[in-house]
Design a protein around this ligand. Sequence first.
Ligand code: CDP
Ligand code: MG
Length: 833
Amino acid sequence: PGLQRRVDAHLREYQSHKAKFMNGSQNSLFSKTSSNGSNAADESLFELPELPPQSQVALEKVLSRRSLQLQNEQQAWQDSSEGWRMIQLRLSLPAYKERDAILNAISHNQVVIISGETGCGKTTQIPQFILESEIDALRGATCSIICTQPRRISAMSVSERIATERGEKLGETVGYKVRLEGIKGRDTRLLFCTTGILLRRLLVDRNLKGVTHVIVDEIHERGMNEDFLLIVLKELLPRRPDLRLVLMSATLDADLFSSYFGGVPLVQIPGFTHPVRTYFLEDVLEKTGYRLTAENQIDDYGQDRAWKSNKQFIKKRKSQIASAVEEALGSADFKNYSQQTRESMFCWNPDCMGFNFIEFLLCKICENEKPGSVLVFMTGWDDISALKDKLQAHYLLGDTGRVLLLACHGSMASSEQRLIFEKPEGGVRKIVLATNLAETSITIDDVVYVIDCGKAKETSYDALNNTPCLLPSWISKVSAKQRRGRAGRVQPGECYHLYPRCVYDAFADYQLPEILRTPLQSLCLQIKSLKLGSISEFLSKALQSPELLAVQNAIEYLKTIGALDESENLTVLGRYLTMLPMEPKLGKMLILGAILNCLNPILTVAAGLSVRDPFLAPLDKKDLAEAAKAQYSRDYSDHLALVRAYEGWKVAEYELTGYEYCWKNFLSAQSMKAIDSLRKEFQSLLLETGLIDNNIATYNTWSYDENLIRAVICYGLYPGICSVVHNEKSFSLKTMEDGKVHLHSNSVNARDSKIPYPWLVFNEKIKVNSIFLRDSTAVSDSVLLLFGGTILKGDIVSSFPPYVYALYESIRCDNFYPFSYAWAGLGCILRGM
Ligand code: CDP
Ligand code: MG
């Protein structure tokens, strides 16, 4: 009778899917996307067996036969010698000892929280326990388990690992789905996906029909998507009493989650790690044989904490240590750097001390320490690739016969991924450069040495100034502990923190949850697209709710850019923006660039806004750098200067002289490469929305029209706008909110006393004493009128020819209809403007 019920349910689901698909194809928004085969209906994660649905009995037979088959297959694998070996491996993980307790808790409770040390087998084992118990109960063909991961790479590597443990190929019972990629088959019953993918599925299937278990992994990270998903799932639970929810977490913050779900049970997996010897920077210096001199000698740590975390003190201590390192390495080069660069030894930038020091330390480990892999925690991907390039040129670290140098990042190929987990042969030492993703998401077993540079890139947001930023910042004590723990997986290990103990003492205990420290614009769009009602009401149900002011700012912004209408409903533009997982301003730019057929430069601009500024400005060569930038700037736009620089680099790269080009023109090769790969990513995302097709030529017809590009940039950056007021010799700048502002000295517009346009649009304001605008582009009244917002009224509007005004009106009424004649007409007019 149980089976019968499931079969019925599936049959109903099949029919409703079909109906949905048929409806979907009449929906103009989604039908556009069906041209490249990834429409909304495709988002359904589990396809039902392709059976003629006439006969329930037939379906039932097939499903039960398949369930039996699955049971037999699993039995056969476990009886094979390879399968037996795998079982032994799995049995040795701490999670296995709790198998019965976990399954028991899940069968008696709708929500269960499981916590355990990183590496104890939560991610790889618990979803398997559930799958196996379903197969044992002959529900193998009807269960469907979704396990979410915060990162693409863990979804991919874990699913592959589990398939191997089960003696299958990926895409049989185990599969994965991440954005733009995935392997799953008709038989896939356990699916790993990113949190974003599950949220997208909820978009088309609010009740998660057919899904029997949802596992949310790494909840302790408190990512925005995870916190958001938890609210949605909490609301879903009463509607789906048969759905099981399992939350998995690494640290013991689990009580918070338990009470959030009304006191649900908690299973703890006891863990075990080997002792890890810890060195802070001063100890590292001492260990590596360089004693601090008497005047650098760092005094005892017995002082009280308040004094130690005093900013002045840290600053002094930092410079003490910087000079100690300087002396230690006897680096003549280092002395040539400016004071600022010396202090930035803590930001691990390729041009400063931090990189040399890591290289030096790695060298010491390779030469003097016993075997074992090294894991280096770096700040971000650009640092990793820069350091990798540097190390590859080193006589020892670059010697592939002795060192296996790997970088761990989200989009690496699976062959590369496997290398990370494998133990190298023949005395080769493995060095893995990673970001904080190696903190808890992936476990590399043979790591014995950890180098921790103490920073991670995190978005922070200041609700008062309404300014977001993605900056390297110090990690928390919990993160530092996690990083340290990675060294003690298989044997006692060592951890080198590359910052003084006093800096560590000043770390926050925990990191603030993302939802409290990032702008909420994208989240608000998602809430709206999932039809979850009032934004502020919904967010008040979060584990920790963001400030009201931050929520209001986000809503206000979305209204200003036309993504929400006055009553907070999603506009057509808003709906498109929800399909592009990036800041709304970038999304807007890309959408319009695609519509007005000038996507090529816009891809560069949008990518450029997301990476570290590629125009380098070393303090000692400022004039040369400025002159280099000036050759790209003809039209009062930093963004267009970037487009030119990128295009020059692209040609040089093609001729294999990319590095020389960057060197000569004071450009960062890392940033250029990052822009290049982001461009590709943006392009595939646009393909997915159906706004462009594979025929590149069609959406680039007007890519050389500078006026048009200016307009699209304006469309994206609005309401970041300031007016230019000319006086005798120069000009002054004003924004509505701040009054007088200044241009950052690196901007091409800062050097020209006559900007022939009345407005500048900008991406970012920085507050240092007074307010500075970073990159800007000058635009005309007409562009601002048509592509900005409603800031221009009265006089200016009436000074336009009537047909421009008519177009303006028609776009406003239309709100946003991508392929409307109004937009096309506008493009034509602009090119003549
Ligand atoms: O999720 P948790 O941190 O508790 O551990 P896990 O990711 O399930 O890893 C359990 C074990 O499987 C670790 O010892 C990993 O080294 C191993 N593993 C592996 O060998 N290859 C993978 N792709 C993933 C995990
Ligand atoms: Mg895990």
